[in-house]
Design a protein around this ligand. Structure first.
Ligand SMILES: [Zn+2]
Length: 221
């Protein structure tokens, strides 16, 4: 899987389990059923710290676990698998929400009017601008409405949109990969089945041949 996906998953971890938790991606990425004690060992964390992170991931629905009984100690050990696709889809949702929030802010700032002079780069509130009859106190030019806050928001939004489309691309790639793997598996299973059936029919053929031969022999007698 791509490096990009790994980076996105780390970003997601920061969002759902806080700083330090993103390292867990390096241990779980593209692996299956990772022993939780191994995770703790690799991250140099206590088992409780690791379980705390995994619990949050589990609540977010991006990991699955199987448990096995440790025969020596008699307790259960959990083995964890990170679901790349679900994680990317969650990050996609979070980003979409963030964009929505920015759009809300944008609308609210849009109603607050600021004014500025193109020449002097002077900014003022609507009240002050009104006080100056909407003319620049420095050069006398007509003041222009400024949606400065919106500009900041706009650039943040653009960044989020770029990230979002990149996440969508990764999701598509991952889906294609999963589909290809599934198809490959199906073909493999079909081949196995055909082989099995061929084996059966061969045996059957032999049996029938033997029967016929017996009959022939009987007739001869
Ligand atoms: Zn001016």
């Amino acid at each position: 899987m791509s490096k990009k996906t790994e980076l996105f998953l780390k970003e997601l971890m920061l969002k759902i389990a806080g700083k330090g938790s993103e390292k867990i991606v390096e241990v779980l990425f593209n692996k299956k059923n990772v022993n939780e004690f191994k995770i703790a060992e690799k991250l140099k964390m206590t088992i409780n710290q690791v379980r705390n992170i995994l619990y949050k991931m589990s609540l977010a629905g991006i990991v699955s676990a199987i448990k096995k009984k440790d025969k020596k100690r008699g307790w259960y050990i959990f083995f964890w698998t990170l679901d790349n696709l679900k994680a990317l889809e969650l990050l996609k949702k979070i980003k979409q929400k963030e964009i929505e929030e920015l759009e809300k802010k944008e609308r609210s700032y849009g109603t607050k009017n600021y004014y500025y002079c193109e020449e002097d780069n002077i900014e003022m509130s609507e009240e002050t601008a009104l006080h100056h009859n909407f003319l620049c106190p420095e050069c006398g030019k007509l003041l222009q409405p400024l949606k400065r806050k919106n500009k900041e928001i706009e650039s943040r939004k653009r960044k989020l949109m770029r990230e979002l489309s990149s996440i969508k691309e990764e999701i598509e790639n991952l889906k294609k990969k999963i589909k290809r793997e599934k198809e490959r598996k199906e073909i493999k299973e079909k081949k196995k089945k055909i082989k099995k059936e061929k084996g059966k029919s061969k045996k059957k053929g032999k049996k029938e041949k033997k029967k016929k031969e017996k009959k022939k022999r009987k007739k001869k007698r």
